[in-house]
Design a binder for this molecule. Structure first.
Ligand code: BGC
Length: 473
């Protein structure tokens, strides 16, 4: 294998291969996890902005209801107020166009990450995202906002796919699950921050109402992009490229050990041996062949590429089909539709807080109980709580019954549902995607799985519009 003058020695003692986990290793991964803030914040702000009076007036050209009908108690006022919103088509366009951008961004990102490296791809994602963000901030109409969302989505696609790849490759094996779960934690913080900012600006009667929440995103791009200039490249990327000297340096950097220490030598030898083995069983062909490699092998063989790709894609699909984003995208309108809640926004905020506060439990249980076990328990918990919400919703909790205790019970079980998601499927789906692919197909596999997340994210919002259009029109 090419790669410079390093001489790699190794050990057969696999229990001793990794260096002790240093504070530096934790900090590096914690910083990389910051990319989750983009994901969460971008997911979170649009729903709130769509409900802002100034934004609606600006984007539809309609006058404020109290200007057209000063008598706010009149039927005419009430009827007009009901029509004061963007059409369902425009709402779904502005919401889902982001997922279209992220879908393509995530698919392309894998190839880019193999070509220019993981770190530079994330930095590039921050740059693309910032261009989209400029257009969104500048927009005063639907066309520019849509283009801006599409481009920003492309950047989020790059970031969301490659952060997982990067973190899985630099995190020490012993705590990889917990550290990648940190990414999920940042997603939840991003959603919470978006909710808080939108709450604070919702009643402004100027462009600041929507421009402030949009422009705050620059901050995330600047922090992540600048920080990544300082962080090292993934040693596995260098091994893949045959640059062993650089790989050794990067590994020494992420493990906080001298380059010639036995830990670094042993771990590098293991990475190289794994890669060489994987290369020997996965034929290296042209560009198209590289993609078809992701689907090679037998469906009945649990460790074949095709089975791993299907696992990653379905894992993300099922994560979205838990319906979690119904609460985070449309929670406010849903709580409004229950008819007994005086401050639906506050309840929405509570749901995002439950999400944030429950996620750290996963740091512990994901390593202690294992990925599969928590997925099974999480799914069972969500099934039971969703059934209960559904049963109450069509019986004692029907909006026309105005039954406060029943509504409170529904909210409680919605929060329990979020708790089960946040401690299991939320983080575990990302951890598994980061771990399941062998190096030769890893970047594309992670890209495909992330694209699947965004695809189903978009599809599930779309179905929500079909099944509950009354919340909008
Ligand atoms: C999902 C997002 C979701 C978030 C909620 C993530 O793992 O992929 O779609 O909004 O969790 O915390």
């Amino acid at each position: 294998m090419p790669g410079g003058a390093v001489v790699i020695t190794g050990t057969a003692d696999t229990s001793r291969i990794e260096a002790p986990v240093t504070v530096k290793a934790y900090l590096m991964c914690a910083f990389a996890a910051f990319g989750g803030i983009f994901f969460g914040y971008d997911t979170g702000w649009m729903g709130g902005v769509l409900g802002m009076p100034y934004f609606i007036r600006q984007y539809t050209g309609m006058a404020y209801p109290n200007v057209v009908y000063p008598d706010t108690g009149s039927d005419a006022y009430k009827a007009y107020k009901k029509t004061f919103h963007l059409t369902a088509r425009d709402q779904s366009l502005t919401t889902s166009i982001l997922s279209a951008g992220t879908f393509f961004g995530a698919i392309i990102a894998g190839d880019v990450a193999d070509f220019i490296g993981r770190r530079l791809t994330i930095i590039m994602g921050c740059f693309i995202f910032s261009i989209g963000c400029i257009l969104e901030t500048a927009s005063t109409g639907l066309a520019l906002m849509t283009v801006g969302r599409l481009i920003a989505g492309g950047g989020v696609g790059f970031i969301s796919a490659i952060i997982i790849l990067y973190m899985s490759e630099i995190a020490p094996k012993k705590v990889r699950g917990a550290l990648v779960a940190g990414y999920q934690f940042c997603i939840t913080i991003g959603i919470l921050l978006a909710n808080c900012v939108v709450y604070a600006t919702q009643n402004r009667d100027d462009t600041g109402s929507y421009r402030i929440p949009v422009a705050i995103q620059f901050l995330w791009a600047i922090i992540l992009g600048t920080g990544l200039f300082i962080l090292p490249e993934s040693p596995r990327y260098f091994v893949k490229k045959g640059k062993l000297e650089k790989a050794a340096k990067a590994l020494a950097n992420v493990r906080g050990q001298p380059i010639d220490s036995e830990y670094i030598q042993d771990e590098l030898a293991e990475i190289i041996a794994n890669h060489e083995y994987e290369m020997s069983v996965i034929p290296q062909t042209n560009y198209i062949g590289g993609w078809t490699n992701c689907f090679k092998g037998s469906l009945t063989n649990g460790s074949s590429n095709v089975r791993r790709s299907i696992l990653g894609i379905l894992m993300q699909m099922m994560q979205q089909l838990t319906g979690i984003n119904f609460i985070f995208y449309f929670g406010t309108v849903f709580f409004q539709s229950l008819g007994t809640i005086s401050n639906p926004f506050l309840i929405s905020l509570v749901t995002t807080l439950v999400n944030v506060c429950s996620t750290p439990i996963s740091f512990y249980i994901i390593e202690r109980l294992g990925r599969r076990t928590i997925l099974i328990f999480g799914a069972m918990g969500m099934i039971v709580s969703q059934f209960i919400v559904g049963i109450i919703g069509v019986t004692a909790g029907k909006p026309e019954k105005k039954n406060n205790p029943a509504t409170s019970a529904m909210i409680a079980f919605i929060c329990i549902n979020i708790f089960f998601f946040a401690t299991t499927w939320g983080p575990a789906a990302w951890v598994i995607v980061g771990e399941v692919f062998p190096l030769p197909i890893r970047s594309r596999g992670v890209g495909l799985s992330t694209a699947s997340n965004w695809f189903w994210n978009c599809v599930s919002s779309f179905f929500r519009l079909i099944f509950t259009p009354h919340c909008i029109d």
